[in-house]
Write a protein that binds this ligand. Structure first.
Ligand code: NAD
Length: 514
């Protein structure tokens, strides 16, 4: 581990007796007293951090504090809140390489992708700054004489963010920068696989806040908590919105707990993304997109390509190109520039992949390339694998679920209608793509008769979304939208007002009540 980077980011300073704090809000750090929990890097299984398990009541106390500071923060006009975000952006740019180092260390994604993730953080800061002068509502014509209707947007409260290991910074930033500019306070429970990224972002925000002495300093808290303790985030009414990113299984577990108190939620859950390569497609373009989408972050992106549908007439040639491309991939330490793919996150993930490969064979699939572990020179409990290419029927049970590992299912189709049907037949609905030079096929795919996902791209792969668009998926993916477009509305409450500037009482719907 690079101690200089930990020092630069201020992490060494907050370590006490070998432990990091489990709760951070303003200058208050809580080093709880529970059992020891350690975190290990997927790169070489080196211990990266240790914490003590948190008692759930600390979560309620932190939410109380955030709720109190919300009442101060919402008074700051949005363009003035943006000044803070501008400073956060400056800090993110200044520390880009160090932040990317932590992302690679904790998630195992290659450093180049980690730099891209910090860039997303920077980009969403820009977006939020611009938004600060555009949090506008509507003026609506009224059916009544000398009446008008207006719609306004106000801050919501405290936004509780639960994030996954595979985007340990960007997903927080998407949520947090919008939530902040909209006037909310934030509680962040990161993945227990990637706590250092969260601590570093916390310290970065506190550094930025120091420049604004008259702003409340306790608008953002990080808690490192077990799933059990995290229940308090879900149950507490002071979590005005729970924005949760993770697996469909996680969403199904936590949704009823939030729903029980009629709380608001925003879900960004698992995908099972497909890409269609049509007869007319530019195959070189398609090949690059397929490979990046399938093996980027070692197949551990929510938008990773899982299902590939290739037109019957080109399936042989495309398969050959794909195998050749897979054979040429360098896999290994994600900090080394030559490597294009790093490790799986942990042993469990490797076991899940092997179990999936076993089920593939049982379900009459054929592994035509990869799947096996690549042992390192020094044996270290790290899990590097060759990405797998599998021929299988699209109806096979295993194809219906997301295996969070680099397994790509190859299937063929005869006509576009059939390909779109296969694209839509799974429960998840995050990302999808079509590669075609046929205008009608492209238009059909993005039409009401096309992909039923949240994202449907043309001649662009399934992963690597820009922050300008609203990001999210339909069906079991949860229906949430984050990041660009009007996703900011999720972090605000809408107020509709009817205003009478005349001298008569006029009831709507023409009701006469005299
Ligand atoms: P995960 O579901 O195991 O965990 C995600 C987060 O939820 C973690 O912080 C975890 O601690 C927390 N969590 C899990 N169960 C919980 C519970 N019962 N109560 C409270 N918190 C709980 O997912 P992961 O392995 O970290 O990430 C991979 C998954 O996330 C994949 O399914 C991937 O598709 C999905 N993902 C989706 C998006 C998206 O935008 N749609 C983005 C990234 C990842």
């Amino acid at each position: 581990m690079n101690k200089d980077i930990l020092k630069n980011l201020g992490l060494s300073k907050i370590k006490k007796d070998g432990f990091y704090p489990s709760v951070l809000i303003a200058k208050d750090y809580i080093y709880s007293k529970g059992n020891k929990k350690s975190v290990f890097s997927p790169i070489n299984n080196e211990r990266t951090a240790s914490f003590r398990e948190l008692k759930a009541h600390y979560i309620d106390e932190t939410l109380d504090k955030l709720h109190k500071s919300f009442k101060q923060w919402r008074k700051v006009p949005a363009p003035k809140r943006a000044l803070l975000i501008s400073e956060i952006k400056t800090q993110a740019i200044k520390n880009k390489k160090d932040l990317a180092y932590l992302i690679t260390l904790e998630s195992g994604k290659i450093y180049e992708e980690a730099l891209g993730e910090v860039q997303e953080f920077i980009d969403i800061c820009d977006f939020a700054i611009g938004l600060s002068r555009q949090l506008y509502g509507l003026s609506i014509t009224s059916e009544r004489y000398k009446h008008k209707i207006i719609e306004q947007w106000y801050p919501l409260g405290t936004i509780s963010i639960i994030s996954a290991f595979n985007f340990p910074m960007a997903v927080w930033a998407w949520n947090a920068m919008l939530a902040l500019v909209c006037g909310n306070t934030i509680l962040w429970k990161p993945s227990n696989q990637a706590p250092l990224c969260a601590l570093a972002c916390f310290l970065l925000v506190q550094k930025a806040l120091k420049k604004f002495k008259d702003y409340p300093q306790d608008i953002f808290a990080v808690i490192i908590a077990s799933r059990k303790a995290s229940k308090n985030i879900l149950k507490n009414k002071k979590s005005s919105l729970i924005s949760a990113t993770g697996s469909v299984a996680m969403g199904k577990k936590i949704a009823p707990i939030i729903a029980k108190r009629l709380g608001k939620s925003l879900f960004e859950l698992g995908g099972n993304n497909a890409l269609i390569v049509c007869k007319s497609a530019d195959l070189d373009l398609a090949l690059k997109a397929v490979v990046f989408s399938a093996i980027g972050t070692a197949g551990q992106r929510c938008t990773s390509l899982r299902r590939l549908f290739v037109h019957k007439s080109i399936k042989k040639v495309f398969q050959e190109k794909l195998i050749a491309a897979y054979k040429s991939l360098n896999i290994g330490n994600p900090f080394e520039e030559k490597n294009i793919m790093g490790p799986l996150i942990n042993k469990k993930s490797y076991e899940n992949m092997q179990e999936a490969l076993h089920l593939i064979k049982k379900q009459k699939g054929e592994i035509i390339y990869g799947g096996e572990r690549i042992l390192q020179k020094e044996e270290t409990n790290s899990y590097y694998v060759k990405p797998a290419l599998v021929k299988i029927n699209h109806k096979a049970l295993i194809v219906q679920n997301e295996t969070f590992a680099p397994i790509l299912y190859l299937m063929d189709f005869e006509n576009i209608k059939e390909a779109i049907e296969m694209n839509n037949e799974v429960n998840q609905g995050l990302s999808s793509s079509i590669f075609t030079n046929d205008l009608k096929e492209a238009e059909l795919f993005t039409s009401i008769f096309g992909s039923d996902c949240g994202l449907a791209n043309v001649n662009v792969g399934t992963s690597g979304a820009e922050i300008g668009a609203a990001f999210g998926g339909e069906k079991d993916t949860g229906g949430g939208r984050e990041s660009g477009s009007d996703a900011w509305k999720n972090y605000m409450r809408r107020l509709s007002s009817s205003i009478n500037y005349g001298n008569e009482t006029i009831l709507s719907q023409g009701i006469n009540f005299s």
